[in-house]
Design a protein around this ligand. Structure first.
Ligand SMILES: [Zn+2]
Ligand SMILES: [Zn+2]
Length: 381
């Protein structure tokens, strides 16, 4: 007659793995020999452990559900030889620790997987303003780990398999028992023979030496959307490093670096540039043709424009990355004072000043010390 493992833990036949674990922990805390020295409690504790051993193992639980008893001699087969979770004196010890320390003790249970997710990778991409503004399909060269095609990530040579680690029996960890005030404390450390995998590779794949991945250089095209800014990152899902054992690749981040432009400086989506106009044009007003990023614009400079004035060309800046529209282009006007006046020009300007009642002292005729110094250094500026 098979034992009622569900009844021992007080759970239904439909109980989830979590419910089983919770029930087990609760009972283990109650009946652990260190807590409850009653001989009956010790028997009960053994039953609880047996029930948990069976119900926490899918294969054994299935035997129970089919009316068998996986722990009875010949009752459906005890744990496979050395397989993970196989029957043995250590089964359940970690769970006892979990029952007392809320699962925090001893770290993760069982062997660690050979296949693990890969790391993200980052790549710097230099673009000029025109490319960040309007987008570009940029070719990039990526240097990452990729899946080993010889073994498809398994790490084993063709026709060979992983072997259960003999040092730890496939558990990936070696346990030691210490006596403390709490009673016996079981601590586990990763097995050094298999590095905690629980398995070894007797015949590693010759291409990747068992890692399941190889480093390689490949070319990709990354689509840069219009309006990206310096420092932004474009994420290419699963184009990063393939993980050990051929694990899912991490993401690749392409970080945008915008080269400084000769003419425009960028602030957000607005652009700024400087244009020099002669004093006369600033005074009289003029019409300028401004080369924007993607067009030629004619703008009027009003008569009487002062140095440092700004013209704003709406929507001639960088397109917004999100949504529609563009930033503006600000044209900062520098007014240039004429430097080399001939005699006629000078006379006209003096007459002009006179008509406006502006007083102008005649430096050049005085031929003063500073005037001569200036001519000597600046070549008659
Ligand atoms: Zn390989
Ligand atoms: Zn081992």
């Amino acid at each position: 007659m098979a034992r009622d493992y569900y009844g021992i833990l007080g759970v239904s036949r439909e109980a989830s793995d979590d419910e089983i674990k919770r029930a087990y922990r609760k009972l283990a805390r109650q009946f652990h020999p260190d807590v409850n020295p009653d001989p009956e409690a010790q028997e009960k504790f053994k039953d609880i452990n047996a029930a948990y051993e069976v119900l926490s193992d899918d294969r054994k639980r299935q035997i129970v559900d089919l009316g068998g008893d996986p722990l009875a001699p010949g009752g459906g087969g005890a744990g496979g030889p050395g397989g993970p979770g196989g029957a043995g004196p250590f089964v359940g010890f970690q769970d006892i620790m979990d029952a007392f320390f809320g699962g925090a003790a001893g770290g993760s249970r069982g062997p660690r997987p050979r296949t693990r997710p890969g790391a993200d990778a980052i790549l710097r991409l230099e673009l000029d303003l025109h490319e960040t503004a309007f987008g570009v399909e940029a070719p990039i060269t990526v240097d990452t780990a990729v899946l080993c095609t010889t073994c498809s990530g398994a790490g084993t040579a063709a026709g060979t398999h992983l072997a259960t680690c003999e040092a730890c029996g496939g558990r990936g960890e070696v346990q030691s028992v210490q006596r403390t005030f709490l009673g016996q404390v079981v601590s586990a450390r990763p097995c050094t023979v298999c590095q905690g995998y629980g398995t070894t590779i007797p015949h590693p794949c010759p291409t990747c030496a068992g890692d399941g991945r190889v480093r390689t250089r490949r070319s990709l095209t990354v689509k840069i959307p219009a309006g990206v800014e310096d420092g932004m990152r474009i994420r290419l899902a699963q184009q990063g490093e393939v993980g050990p054992g051929g694990g899912t690749a991490g993401d690749l981040y392409v970080e945008i670096h915008e080269r400084p432009h000769d003419v425009y400086s960028r602030k957000g989506d607005d652009l700024h540039c400087r244009v020099t106009v002669p004093m006369t044009a600033a005074a009289l007003g003029t019409r300028l043709t401004i080369k924007t990023l993607d067009s030629d614009e004619t703008v009027d400079v009003k008569a009487g424009t002062q140095p440092g004035s700004t013209l704003r060309l709406r929507a001639r800046g960088v397109p917004h990355l999100r949504g529609t529209g563009r930033g503006d282009l600000y044209v900062h006007l520098d007014v240039r004072t004429p430097t080399k006046l001939d005699a006629d020009q000078e006379k006209m300007l003096r007459d002009f000043a006179k008509t406006r009642g502006e007083e102008v002292a005649e430096l050049s005729k005085q031929g003063g010390f500073f005037s001569r110094m200036r001519d000597a250094f600046n070549g008659h500026a």
